[in-house]
Write a protein that binds this ligand. Structure first.
Ligand SMILES: Nc1ncnc2c1ncn2[C@@H]1O[C@H](COS(=O)(=O)NC(=O)[C@@H](N)CS)[C@@H](O)[C@H]1O
Ligand SMILES: [Zn+2]
Length: 480
């Protein structure tokens, strides 16, 4: 098949769908249930590396991994009224067991606050057992009625990392939310994903939370995507479930909680944000294959055999140095077709080995992100590759942050916002008096979503709606 370099269609979702299927990452839309996808082997490895990253960050900060039942009984789910109101329309219910109607409906967990708080009330009775930080990485289910999209808006969130913590005081829980923000910042920084951290507005926080801090990024189509959230839950769930802990002075009180979550969306952004018209460009921090070795065929049999032997040695040198590499020695594809095949899989470095390399005892390295190439002497290969991988990792993050920052713009008037968001997309920041009416008015005027306000208030300027002095700024964007 003639290899043609596809121009990255201006239509991001077309590019994304094509990459997921052509790179055999995720099969979406063919399994006969709406809003679910199948992780294929290569995509599963990418997802696994991302999971291991967040697992490491949580384990090294005193979180303990657990695993809770998928089914949540209706009466338990209904305990926290705001929470159940928030999820009422999104819950999948199991109503039958075999031929029998269940007298108590069971929900497929949309998230696990009530399930975990219920067991905490049996496990953690005294203040000396606190604080506790649990997390699990599971599937959760949400009957999304808005347009579903691969990984971005699915009805089965297969990569849902939810952390749940318990504390004696409000302040301690607030500190935990800050730790969660630090952990997520490190996580996204390691993936080279840029983000804006905002406190969600009162009218759009997690159902049952005191407040919500969210991480938003921008997808190539200029729409914002919420990629992580941390919630201070106060005593909402512990009061709703009458869960008290005895304190040092023998009185008892309802503990304070937090929860923070990320999902399959993280995988989507890693693939989408560093991509180009040849496909994804995976950051070395989570790429399943870091180097692909491609032999360039020689004319005569003898040189060809020597060349393959050389390639095999290079492959084992890299793998024994802990650099995951693959030798594509297959002969059903020309080198050009192999280039396309592995670029579509976002492999950070390609190592070409032809007759010239054989003669000079060198390897030709080509970067996936900049397409720059250089010859490296065989005995300097491992340090050269390590250094190139580190440079690619840094450059990917810098490029993504630069693109992101230039799309977050401040406006002093609502017309400017309207124009900006309808033309290019991006995130607009405007001065705001702090009133909900003006906040909702902004959403209505520009037909976009308020993401919230910076954690450190910025009180410059005049409210774009009522003209009063600003108390803080509001960020607005078209969102997924
Ligand atoms: N339908 C969906 N498909 C993919 N990801 C989703 C979907 N709904 C939410 N998410 C992601 O899941 C994250 C956590 O979800 S949440 O509702 O905001 N928060 C919780 O469920 C809390 N219990 C923290 S674990 C969100 O920040 C968002 O990135
Ligand atoms: Zn106002």
């Amino acid at each position: 098949m003639k290899v043609s370099r596809q121009k990255w269609s201006s239509n991001f979702s077309e590019w994304f769908d094509r990459v997921l299927s052509e790179a055999e990452i995720y099969d979406y839309g063919r399994y006969p249930v709406k809003g679910v996808g199948v992780w294929m082997p290569y995509g599963f490895k990418i997802r696994q590396n991302i999971i291991n990253l967040i697992r490491r960050l949580l384990d090294e900060t005193g979180h303990e991994e657990v695993l809770f039942p998928l089914l949540v009984p209706e009466d338990l789910l209904r305990k926290e009224s705001e929470h159940v109101k928030g999820f009422e329309r999104e819950v999948f219910w199991v109503t039958k067991g075999g031929e029998e109607e269940l007298e108590l409906k069971l929900a497929l967990r949309p998230t696990s606050e009530v399930a975990i708080t219920f067991m905490e009330s049996l496990w953690l009775k005294g203040y000396s057992q606190l604080p506790k930080k649990f997390y699990q990485i599971v599937s959760v289910f949400r009957y999304e009625t808005k347009a579903t999209r691969p990984m971005i808006r699915v009805r089965e969130l297969t990569t849902f990392k939810e952390a749940h913590t318990v504390h004696m005081t409000y302040e301690e829980a607030a500190k935990q939310v800050e730790e969660a923000v630090q952990i997520y910042s490190k996580f996204f920084d390691t993936l080279g994903i840029p983000y804006l951290i905002s406190r969600r507005p009162e009218w759009d926080k997690f159902a049952g939370a005191e407040y919500t801090i969210a991480f938003d990024t921008l997808m190539p189509d200029g729409r914002a995507l919420q990629i992580g959230t941390a919630h201070h839950l106060g005593q909402h769930f512990t009061k709703a479930m009458d869960y008290k802990v005895t304190k040092a002075d023998n009185t008892s009180d309802y503990p304070h909680q937090t929860s923070y979550g990320i999902s399959d969306r993280v995988v989507a952004t890693v693939i989408a944000l560093h991509g180009d018209d040849h496909g994804p460009v995976l950051p070395p921090s989570i790429a399943p294959v870091l180097v692909v070795i491609i032999p360039i065929p020689a004319k005569d049999e003898q040189t060809q055999a020597k060349l393959l032997e050389f390639a095999r040695q290079i492959n084992s040198t890299l793998n024994s140095a802990g650099i995951s590499s693959v030798l594509d020695g297959s002969d059903e594809r020309t080198p050009g077709e192999k280039y396309y095949y592995w670029e579509m899989r976002g492999v950070p470095i390609r190592a070409e080995i032809g007759p010239r390399e054989l003669d000079n005892d060198t390897v030709f390295l080509k970067r996936r992100d900049t397409l720059e190439g250089k010859s490296v002497k065989r005995d300097e290969l491992v340090p050269a590759i390590r250094e190139t991988l580190a440079t690619i990792q840094k450059d990917l993050a810098e490029r993504a942050w630069r693109d992101f920052k230039e799309r977050v713009k401040r406006f002093e008037d609502i017309q400017g916002v309207k124009k900006y968001l309808s033309e290019r997309g991006g995130i607009a920041e405007v001065p705001w008096c702090g009133s909900e009416t003006c906040g909702l008015k902004v959403e209505e005027e520009v037909q976009a979503r308020v993401l919230g306000s910076p954690l450190i208030p910025n009180g410059e300027g005049k409210c774009v709606i009522c003209g009063r002095g600003a108390k803080n700024s509001l960020r607005v964007a078209k969102t997924y």
